[in-house]
Ligand binder design. Structure first.
Ligand SMILES: [Zn+2]
Ligand SMILES: [Zn+2]
Length: 297
């Protein structure tokens, strides 16, 4: 690549950044990213996990080039690319979006200039509804149930997880490397955010976790959407906490307890750590109550 090309790209990128800073409330406070460092941890084979701010990123770096899963926030794009460069990579050829939330697809306007973006149909339709997004930020290849990429000596399978976190989530399974990126179908060690306004349901979320436990190899490495790299143990714990807390809130509602009283009483000290993240105990109880009401039980 020539210097003038990369300078040109930087200009385009600067213009995009300026546009986004002006139009997107998510990026209005760019300084919230000023201290963020993007760090890489090796997972297995060609697969690395990148952390910064927002959802965990996976990259496969090898002879075929770079494939990336999710891209956090636009102001971090250059730092994410630098971390990939340090792993010996170049600009990603493929970008897989686990779902449409801004902390996972914020970098699409940057990375979509060079990469083919792939995601579930509903990711594209939801992103296309955002008039602020340029067309390069939209998935080019979309699917209903799943598809496989054959890249860096691995089969990388995208598997749709219906009506869980949203209605358009996919897990990404690096079969040879034995790594599974679950996106926001897993918030490791904390209550999950479930987007009930975007087709998510608590029952679906639990069913998806149960399906992962049934079908994934027992020694698979798990990259959660949020939280540390882990194993199926994190999935098992999350499923058990979600089922137990949903049953508890459903029982309280059936007994005629009001939502504010349920919040007042709380879920129990055994869940104290689970409510320490983005979704505190009150928000989780409200999600559960709304889901139980919608499901009729
Ligand atoms: Zn997220
Ligand atoms: Zn999300």
């Amino acid at each position: 690549m020539t210097r003038s090309n990369s300078a040109g790209r930087r200009l385009v990128h600067a213009a995009l950044l300026a546009t986004f800073a002006a139009t997107s409330p998510l990026l209005a406070a760019d300084d919230r990213f000023s201290g963020v460092e993007v760090q890489a941890v090796h997972v297995s084979g060609p697969v690395h996990m990148l952390t910064g701010a927002g959802g965990n990123i996976a990259v496969s770096v090898g002879d075929d080039g770079v494939l990336m899963v999710d891209d956090q926030f636009l102001p971090l794009a250059e730092r994410i690319q630098e971390a990939i460069d340090e792993l010996g990579g170049e600009r990603p050829k493929f970008l897989l979006n686990t779902h449409y939330h801004g902390d996972h697809v914020g970098g699409n306007p940057h990375f979509g200039q060079a990469a083919t973006i792939i995601a579930h149909h509903n990711v594209r339709s939801r992103l296309a509804g955002n008039a602020d997004l340029p067309s390069v930020a939209l998935p080019v290849v979309t699917f209903a149930d799943g598809l496989s990429l054959h890249f860096n000596g691995d089969e990388i399978a995208l598997l749709h997880l219906p009506a869980g976190h949203t209605d358009g989530d996919s897990a990404v399974w690096f079969k040879s490397a034995n790594v599974l990126h679950l996106g926001d179908q897993l918030f490791s060690g904390r209550f999950p955010y479930i987007d009930l306004d975007a087709g998510g349901t608590v029952q679906g979320y639990a069913a998806n976790l149960a399906a992962v436990l049934e079908q994934a190899p027992s020694d698979v490495r798990i990259i959660p959407g949020h939280g540390p790299l882990g194993s199926l143990e994190a999935v098992r714990e999350a499923l058990s906490v979600i089922r137990a807390t949903r049953a508890k809130v459903a029982q309280a509602i059936a007994d005629g307890t009001g939502i504010e009283a349920i919040i007042q009483t709380g879920l129990g000290s055994e869940y104290a750590d689970w409510g320490s993240g983005f979704i505190n105990e009150e928000r989780w109880i409200r999600i559960l109550a709304r889901d139980i009401e919608a499901a009729g039980r």
